[in-house]
Design a protein around this ligand. Structure first.
Ligand code: HEC
Ligand code: HEC
Ligand code: HEC
Ligand code: HEC
Length: 401
């Protein structure tokens, strides 16, 4: 069974009990019990700014900065939490491993891989499933969404793996051939313009690439905040992970072996700064949306409000450290712009939208090189979550890049 299970789970249960005491006074006072309407708008389409940035090629990594960010929103019914991954387009991790063998070996050492077997067998899972009146965990969309990669075979949904390549890079059917074919030429003969056009096409087809940090982060948080009221309040499922994007992406999850010929290099200092800011911003955005749609003055609302409060405090500290970045100040301001209470969906959703907009402005405008002031705030290597492996599955050195 996974390392995480019992101890962390019990810790969460204990925290839950303490929560009342710590938190009732702070936030509960304003979480008055009226019902909010059950419309969830989890999905913020990443802006042109980021899509544009994604289009840049390896050879022009430092090129243009885009000026404007545009955002469109899409509402969804509550119930479907996970950003809509179209499982009809799953090709499966074995297909990716055809070319990405090292990434695949590294992935096989992670909780994301192991949850496929370990989760359904655990006592905690059974307890949650019982409370949610679920008989077979592996046949329930609710659990599948976050714990597994699911394939459609005819009319049947079949879980084929844990959280895999396409859970994070998006279902591959439409893009996976395009991304790797060098515009029908070879790596050497493809022109720069062709390469740029290829990545642009791939972005349009929905691939989540390492360069689209906002999209990457949204995706992690859509699972790791667990924005599912019933699952938490009724099922007793943990109300998310103590997630932080740098430390959680640079440990066991890290598989930066492709462009470095097998060395699993950690993200550069500049990239880590952007990862850090965007991570905190997306935490804030996701938690604001969760409070916006919470309907009961119970644990879920408390946890989510607490997440909001912690994230906006962090952003305030970031804004102080980076006085010349107005976007970061505006991120913090947005976090305080709506009262943390039930039945305040409109204001909270607007605040979340504002956060998304500023986060996109940050990734559109900056590459992190101006942000050395953040380094003392960003989790250091000893805080990275889990041990990173190299392409043979052995433990790797932390190569800077
Ligand atoms: C036929 C071989 C092949 C297959 C199969 C394949 N890839 Fe790739 N992948 C590549 C190549 C080649 C590149 C680098 C392209 C370049 O350098 O321009 C790449 C690059 C990537 C990148 C980095 C993109 C970036 O923005 O730099 C990611 C992420 C990725 N692949 C994920 C996947 C996933 C997920 C799958 C399975 C759905 C997959 N690949 C299947 C060959 C493949
Ligand atoms: C919104 C995403 C989401 C959904 C839906 C979800 N989980 Fe989870 N689950 C998570 C995350 C994220 C964690 C890791 C929490 C942590 O870091 O402590 C987790 C952890 C767990 C754990 C403890 C760790 C382990 O793997 O043993 C169990 C048990 C579990 N989930 C069972 C379930 C069951 C059963 C369902 C369906 C009723 C379900 N989950 C639905 C996201 C989700
Ligand atoms: C938990 C989410 C997650 C999963 C699962 C995942 N990736 Fe990634 N992948 C990322 C992130 C995040 C990055 C960028 C990492 C960074 O910034 O340090 C990345 C980077 C990459 C890169 C670029 C590596 C480089 O050298 O820069 C490739 C290629 C890739 N992933 C392929 C895959 C393949 C193939 C799988 C499945 C075997 C996979 N990924 C599974 C999140 C994920
Ligand atoms: C599809 C949902 C999903 C996505 C997307 C996702 N995760 Fe996870 N992650 C989980 C679940 C569920 C677990 C708990 C698995 C278990 O232990 O059973 C987990 C566990 C982890 C762990 C191990 C935690 C521990 O306790 O040691 C790390 C680290 C992690 N995720 C990082 C990331 C990062 C970084 C991203 C984005 C790049 C990401 N995850 C995206 C669902 C997801």
């Amino acid at each position: 069974m996974s390392r995480l299970t019992s101890s962390r789970f019990m810790e969460q249960i204990r925290n839950r009990k303490m929560l009342g005491a710590i938190f009732m006074g702070v936030v509960a006072a304003c979480l008055c019990g009226a019902l909010a309407s059950p419309v969830l708008s989890q999905d913020t389409k990443p802006a042109a700014a980021e899509a544009k940035k994604d289009g840049k090629s390896k050879s022009s990594r430092k090129s243009k900065k885009s000026k404007k960010s545009k955002k469109s929103k899409k509402s969804k019914k509550s119930g479907s939490v996970k950003a809509a991954a179209d499982i009809r387009k799953i090709v499966g991790p074995n297909e990716c491993a055809e070319c990405h063998k090292e990434e695949s070996e590294i992935w096989k050492k992670t909780h994301h891989f192991k949850t496929f077997k370990s989760m359904p067998r655990s006592k905690e899972a059974r307890a949650i499933a019982n409370k949610m009146k679920i008989k077979r965990i592996k046949s329930k969309t609710l659990c599948l969404n976050c714990h597994f990669t699911t394939e459609v075979k005819g009319k049947k949904k079949k879980p084929i793996a844990g959280i895999s390549c396409e859970s994070c890079h998006s279902p591959g059917k439409d893009w996976y051939k395009v991304h790797s074919e060098f515009s029908g030429k070879t790596e050497k003969t493809e022109t720069q313009a062709e390469e740029a056009a290829r990545w642009k096409k791939v972005d349009k087809l929905g691939m989540i690439r390492p360069s689209s940090i906002y999209k990457l982060a949204k995706n992690c948080y859509s699972c790791h905040v667990v924005p599912q009221e019933e699952l938490v309040n009724v099922g007793g499922h943990p109300a998310g992970s103590p997630f932080e994007l740098v430390s959680w992406s640079q440990g066991e999850v890290r598989h930066n072996t492709w462009y470095s010929k097998g060395k699993n290099k950690k993200a550069t200092a500049s990239r880590r700064r952007i990862l850090y800011i965007v991570g905190v911003a997306v935490e804030l955005e996701t938690a604001l949306r969760a409070v916006a749609t919470a309907t009961e003055s119970k644990e879920y609302a408390f946890w989510m409000a607490r997440r909001v409060d912690a994230a906006r405090k962090k952003l305030k500290a970031l804004a102080t450290a980076l006085p010349n970045l107005p976007e970061v100040s505006r991120l913090a301001e947005a976090g305080y712009s709506a009262a943390l209470k039930l039945n305040n969906q409109k204001a909270l959703t607007a605040a979340a939208g504002q956060v998304a907009k500023e986060a996109l402005a940050v990734v559109g405008k900056y590459d992190g090189s101006q942000m050395a002031a953040l380094d003392r705030m960003i989790p250091s290597e000893d805080k990275y979550k889990g041990k990173q492996a190299d392409g043979t599955g052995k433990q790797a050195k932390n190569e800077a890049r």
